[in-house]
Design a binder for this molecule. Structure first.
Ligand code: MN
Length: 248
């Protein structure tokens, strides 16, 4: 993939994100960025083959093996994205606030290139928040038109397991670089806007790049699916609340 797709989506006169380049040396760092774009999600990135191989994980990685986290394979990012934290202005691709949620090194448990091609990537993380063994497994496409971008990120059983882990908990809402919360990075106006909790349909139909269909539509779909599942399995009072919300 290299970085063509990454460059195509961005105007580097408008966004503070790095334009970057493909590096010749190959280190094994990883980063997880908490990204409040039109929808809150986490971007999981592994340094590999001179770029950051990237997946958007709507609910964030989990240390609980019972959580199979949907992970959408997205365009490679430059390695210099590794410590990008800040706000991408309105009107740009991925507009919103980015936090460096976790950093560390990773170790492939096998031939990294082969595992990636096969869609069965096994690795060990040594981060500040994420540790231990994981697998990223490509799902067999079930929908016509699916581009094979849906993967699952699953924690393996080891001593790093934490049942009920929630990447989006307030306790973990801090940057490993600057210790700031997402609201602190984004500023007060931004944090108020996030709490308005716009419906998914609104967020997808409204474009952030001037009339074109939202490129994050897949993310909205993924989140809607997850929200539906959450309602199914949650308490009766939560179901009631969800029903009321729908009716409103
Ligand atoms: Mn993102």
């Amino acid at each position: 993939m290299a970085l063509k797709e990454y460059w195509k989506k961005r105007d580097f006169k408008q966004t503070p994100e790095p334009s970057g380049k493909v590096l010749k040396k190959n280190a094994h760092r990883f980063v997880v960025q908490k990204h409040h774009a039109s929808h809150l999600h986490f971007d999981f990135r592994l340094e590999m083959e001179g770029v950051l191989k990237s997946w958007a994980v709507p609910k964030g990685p989990s240390l609980d093996p019972a959580d199979k986290r949907l992970a959408m394979h997205v365009e490679d990012h430059p390695v210099s994205y590794f410590d990008f934290e800040g706000t991408i202005p309105e009107g740009n691709y991925g507009a919103g606030t980015v936090m460096v949620w976790d950093l560390g090194t990773w170790e492939p448990l096998g031939d990294a290139h082969e595992m990636l091609e096969k869609g069965d990537l096994k690795f060990r993380l040594k981060g500040k928040k994420l540790k231990g063994d994981f697998v990223l497994a490509r799902m067999r496409s079930r929908r016509p038109g699916s581009k094979g971008t849906e993967w699952l990120m699953i924690k393996k059983r080891d001593e790093a397991v934490q049942p009920g882990f929630d990447a989006n908990s307030a306790k973990l809402d801090y940057s490993v670089l600057t210790k700031r919360s997402l609201a602190e990075i984004g500023g007060d106006a931004e944090s108020r806007r996030w709490q308005s909790n716009r419906p998914v349909a609104n967020a997808t139909s409204k474009s952030r790049s001037g009339g074109k269909k939202s490129k994050n539509a897949w993310l909205a779909d993924a989140i809607r699916k997850h929200d539906q599942n959450a309602v199914k399995t949650s308490t009766p009072s939560a179901k009631k609340k969800a029903a009321q919300k729908k009716a409103a």
